[in-house]
Each structure stands twice: as C-alpha cells, then as structure tokens.
Design a protein around this ligand. Structure first.
Ligand SMILES: Nc1nc2c(ncn2[C@@H]2O[C@H](COP(=O)(O)OP(=O)(O)OP(=O)(O)O)[C@@H](O)[C@H]2O)c(=O)[nH]1
Ligand SMILES: [Mg+2]
Length: 223
C-alpha cells in the first residue's frame, strides 16, 4: 500500500525539466531578461539591473511552473565568448535569441550572428523565439519593424550570395529549411528592465517545450 501511495504521489508531483538557452549579442539584455524572470517567478528576486555586469561564461536560473521546471542558461554574448554557444545546442529544448531593438547600428551584426545560429543543424527542430528587447525606449524598433529589418537583411544576403561567383554557399535543401523557419519565426517584444512581455515570453516557452522531441529529465516531489 505504501509503495502504491508513494508511486501515486510521485506521479502527481513529477515535473519535467527543460533547458532554455538565452543568446544574442553582448549588451542585448539577456542577463537583465533572466534576472527579471527570476524576480517574477521566484521567491528570491533576481539581481536589479544596476548590479548586472557583462557575462563572462554563463548565468543560470530555474523557475518552477505547473508540472514543469524551466532551467535557463544565459550565455555571454561578447565576440570571444560566442564560440561556447554551440556546446549547449545539443541538449537545449528551446532557444531565445535576444536582439537589442534600440541599437540600430548593431542590427546587421545581430542578424549575422542570428543567421549563424539558425544554420546550426543541432537546433533546427528546436523551438526558437526572437525577442526584441528594450521596448521601453522610444527609439526602439517595434516587433514588426524588427521582423522587416531581419527579412530585408536576409534578402540582401541572398542577393549578394547570388551575385558572387560561387553562388549561395548552402545546399538548396538547407536554404529551404531555413526559409521555412524564418517564415514561421515568432518575434515578441519585451522590456527586460520593466518586465513587460516577459511573462508572455515564458508562457510561449512553457507551451513550446512540451512538444519537444528531445530527451527530458523528470524529477519527482520526493527526490
Ligand atoms: N532601456 C533598456 N535597457 C536595457 C533593457 N534590458 C537591458 N538593458 C540594458 O542593456 C545593457 C546590457 O544589459 P545586459 O543584460 O548586461 O546584456 P547582456 O545581453 O547580458 O550582455 P552580455 O552579458 O555582455 O552578453 C545594460 O545597461 C542594461 O541595463 C531594457 O529592457 N530596456
Ligand atoms: Mg549578460
């Protein structure tokens, strides 16, 4: 009887654990986003924005939702640190790419890096959310403007690839898959500082990771 009840209890309290990586250029606001998530979902608040310094390596954070644990990995975005991102691709259940919607000067650089992320076969089937941060700033591009800016950038890239002697470096198959991904790309606007849109982004992740086909960890209430 004890074992039966214990099994039932474990079944009812079991939680699936999913890993979410947060990537994007340095200064995009990834750590501010993660700390705001901690503040909104945990008893212990995350760091206030004035305490956040550029990330060298990674920061982590965990939130508990109904039957689900989301483990976040906020990875440093500085040029020299970006080469560690790929080490996380194999095990993550979702990717959040944060773009600084206020920094027009670095949008192209942001798309260049984003394109490199999309090209990675390890995350081809993984839910990916593009987050346009800093919506509190009056000079920020809106979600629609960000989407158009990326599409324009992509068109320009494709045209210049067609003009080069060796043509488009990717195989046609690869390009078609990437185009499909771009067409169905979800873009959400947030202000990591003020917290607007942050819950909506977490809801998106919560729903999308449930359909993940990757291995998941399960923890029970008794462990
Ligand atoms: N106005 C505004 N500023 C923000 C927002 N989010 C972050 N910032 C500012 O942007 C700067 C960079 O924020 P971080 O969170 O450290 O950026 P990061 O993406 O983690 O940067 P790295 O760790 O270097 O990769 C800081 O000055 C933040 O206060 C936002 O929503 N609105
Ligand atoms: Mg950071």
């Amino acid at each position: 009887m004890y074992h039966l009840l214990k099994g039932l209890h474990e079944h009812l309290t079991r939680k699936e654990e999913f890993s979410v990586i947060i990537i994007g250029l340095d200064g995009a606001g990834k750590s501010t986003f993660l700390e705001k998530i901690k503040t909104l979902y945990n008893d212990v608040p995350g760091l206030s924005p004035d305490k956040i310094t550029p990330t060298v390596g990674q920061n982590t954070g965990t939130i508990v939702l109904p039957s689900t644990i989301l483990q976040f990995w906020d990875l440093g975005g500085q040029r020299g640190i970006r080469n560690i991102w790929h080490k996380y691709y194999g095990d993550c259940h979702a990717v959040v790419y944060v773009i600084d919607a206020e920094d027009r000067e670095r949008l192209s650089e942001g798309w260049e890096v984003f394109d490199g992320v999309l090209a990675n076969p390890q995350i081809l089937g993984v839910p990916l959310l593009l987050v346009a941060n800093k919506q509190d700033s009056p000079t920020s591009l809106s979600v629609d403007e960000i989407r158009h800016d990326y599409e324009d950038w992509y068109q320009r890239k494709m045209e210049s690839a067609r003009r080069t002697r060796y043509g488009e470096p990717d195989s046609g198959h690869d390009t078609a898959m990437r185009r499909e991904r771009i067409a169905s790309l979800d873009v959400m606007g947030i202000s990591a500082i003020e917290g607007t849109g942050v819950r909506a982004a977490v809801d998106w992740l919560f729903i999308r990771v449930q359909n993940s086909r990757r291995d998941i960890k399960v923890s029970t209430g008794s462990s």
